[in-house]
Design a protein around this ligand. Structure first.
Ligand SMILES: Cc1cc2nc3c(=O)[nH]c(=O)nc-3n(C[C@H](O)[C@H](O)[C@H](O)COP(=O)(O)O)c2cc1C
Length: 141
């Protein structure tokens, strides 16, 4: 059974919706899923998982959320996570894809193997929810 960890930061709920859809679809494929707001997450959640997903809105001048998500991810920098499969998902209010490009670049530099990205303007559309479901399945395979 694949172990999948989905760790996110959300205030208004848009990221949380995507996280829940991914978790449900991974679980439906038989994965053991850990779904946590980053406040409750530990690095062990990442280390022990076969694949991980991180979700954050664009905040603080088009970066990922800086108070909790950024410090959490920075802790992964020197940990043995090389080649672990990873999905990134983000929402934004007004920027387009620069936020995701920069974030993906950083996570690749930590050694993660990016298997999917999803970027959504505010609330996800039906099509974007389908994409989230697909990414959840990818995490579980
Ligand atoms: C304090 C704050 C700062 C934000 N900063 C940005 C930003 O720099 N760039 C951007 O595109 N959107 C920005 N947004 C919009 C959020 O990325 C967007 O509303 C997102 O969908 C929120 O996700 P959530 O509902 O999961 O919390 C900001 C929103 C808030 C509340």
């Amino acid at each position: 059974m694949k172990k999948v960890s989905i760790i996110y930061w959300s205030c208004g709920g848009n990221i949380e919706i995507l996280a829940n859809v991914m978790a449900d679809s991974a679980e439906n494929l038989g994965a053991e899923v850990t779904l946590k707001h980053v406040t409750d997450a530990t690095v062990e959640d990442v280390l022990e998982a076969d694949s991980v997903a991180f979700g954050s809105p664009a905040m603080d001048e088009n970066n990922i959320e800086q108070q909790e998500m950024q410090p959490f991810l920075e802790k992964l920098k020197d940990l043995p996570i090389k080649n672990k499969n990873c999905v990134l998902f983000g929402t934004h209010g007004w920027i387009e894809d620069t936020f995701m490009k920069f974030w993906a670049h950083t996570m690749k530099s930590y050694g993660l193997n990016l298997i999917g990205e999803l970027i959504v303007k505010e609330s996800p559309t039906k099509e974007q929810l389908k994409q989230a479901k697909f990414l959840g399945e990818k995490l579980a395979k």
